[in-house]
Design a protein around this ligand. Structure first.
Ligand code: GMT
Length: 385
């Protein structure tokens, strides 16, 4: 079975790695000849230019005055069912369990069993939301009722099974990068805007939420900059920023730390860096570390969640226990003061990103899952990791 499919995709269109993965997957599936229908409240921000196989269906929410909270979830479920019936969708592929997997479950009740639901778990839908008693049973139901469930790391798979006491099989589908977009860019002239030739550039890119432990980034940089002439570039925006700005003053690092805000051209920006810092508390995979790896930039960070499945310690970066900023700084200093090691590490990054996490490979895995559920075959039991 390998005919082209009609696939509905729902994700958070305007933020986060799950939205990026869902959108990039949709684009790649469309290139392979499948018809892809995005169903969401706004156009996914990475969707880009027109493609004949890509369609967008906007969810409009009824905000009748009796509602204290307009029921987006119900409108989304209804829209999914309408699009599935009208466009004769084979699959609804939802990214992030809450509320998308629940809405897909409802849509399937409206459409019938021929519509197959694939749910991809991305991280905080399990590591944060599934711990919440007000959501736990609903998330378990949506996961158990999906025709296939995928997880972006083995660690997230294990945590899902543990937290929700789930025994159903889950497929492993790592995050991926498109090598046509993520490769080391020539940024020599841009680099000189931020650092002198003898200075190294460390970078942190995130949504600046508490799970990212951004103050650890500063602690690491404070130690590194005492030993290696260097600059720190922050990319992104989020709630921890004001605290960080205050701490930079306390540490007297104002001249060495730069804020770039939200950026679209991530491949170009990452190519500026010598090292990416990712000391997160929780990180089911760490898409940004993969994007960096594909641009030849090693990550130094924490052993949280799925990061060790991505960053090969000692080969494509270095990992230490969560909060051990001293060890992370020592790794950074060692790497940045050994040019041959830096060159070797960069090569290993490019090699690993291209082989293990390339978009063709992971897109094929998703395709195989779609064909499998359409054939009504059971998911193979996931290995115990
Ligand atoms: O970060 C989040 O809270 C949500 C989510 C998102 O939509 O950005 O991020 C998760 O999904 C990414 C894509 O699969 C992963 O690469 C991130 O590691 C993961 N974030 C966390 O687990 C904190």
């Amino acid at each position: 079975m390998s005919h082209s499919l009609k696939i509905g995709i729902t994700c958070y269109p305007s933020l986060g790695g799950s939205g990026v993965v869902a959108t990039e997957l949709g684009k790649l599936l469309a290139e392979l000849g499948h018809e892809v229908h995005f169903i969401s409240h706004s156009v996914p921000f990475r969707l880009g230019t027109f493609h004949k196989n890509i369609f967008y269906h906007e969810v409009e929410v009824n905000d009748y005055y009796v509602f204290r909270y307009p029921p987006y979830d119900l409108s989304l479920a209804t829209k999914m069912a309408q699009v599935a019936k009208r466009e004769k969708l084979d699959i609804l592929h939802v990214h992030y369990a809450v509320p998308h997997a629940v809405c897909a479950f409802l849509a399937k009740q409206m459409v019938g069993p021929d519509l197959k639901v694939v749910t991809t778990l991305h991280g905080t839908d399990i590591t944060v939301l599934a711990q919440d008693e007000s959501l736990k049973d609903l998330i378990r139901l949506a996961i158990n009722e999906s025709d296939a469930v995928t997880s972006v790391s083995k660690d997230l798979m294990r945590e899902t099974q543990e937290v929700l006491d789930i025994t159903r099989p889950i497929d492993l589908t790592y995050n991926f990068v498109d090598k046509r977009v993520y490769y080391p860019r020539d940024v020599a002239s841009l680099r000189s805007d931020f650092a002198f030739p003898d200075e190294k550039i460390l970078m942190h890119i995130s949504n600046f939420r508490p799970v990212k432990r951004v103050s650890d980034v500063l602690d690491i940089f404070a130690q590194v900059s005492r030993n290696v002439p260097s600059r720190l570039l922050f990319v992104g925006e989020g709630p921890e920023l004001p605290k960080i700005q205050w701490r930079i003053k306390e540490l007297g690092l104002e001249d060495r730390v730069h804020f770039l805000g939200k950026q679209d051209e991530i491949a170009q920006i990452i190519s500026l860096a010598d090292v990416l810092l990712l000391p997160s508390e929780k990180e089911s995979f760490g898409l940004v570390a993969l994007e960096a790896m594909a641009c030849g930039v090693p990550t130094i960070g924490s052993q949280a969640g799925g990061i060790p499945e991505l960053v090969a310690h000692g080969e494509t970066g270095y990992l230490a226990p969560i909060g051990d900023t001293r060890a992370m700084a020592e790794y950074a200093i060692h790497l940045l003061t050994h040019p041959q090691l830096e060159t070797r590490t960069k090569e290993a990054c490019l090699q690993r990103a291209r082989t293990e996490f390339n978009s063709e490979r992971i897109t094929r895995q998703y395709e195989e899952i779609y064909y499998r559920v359409l054939e009504g075959k059971k998911t193979p039991l996931s290995p115990i990791y």
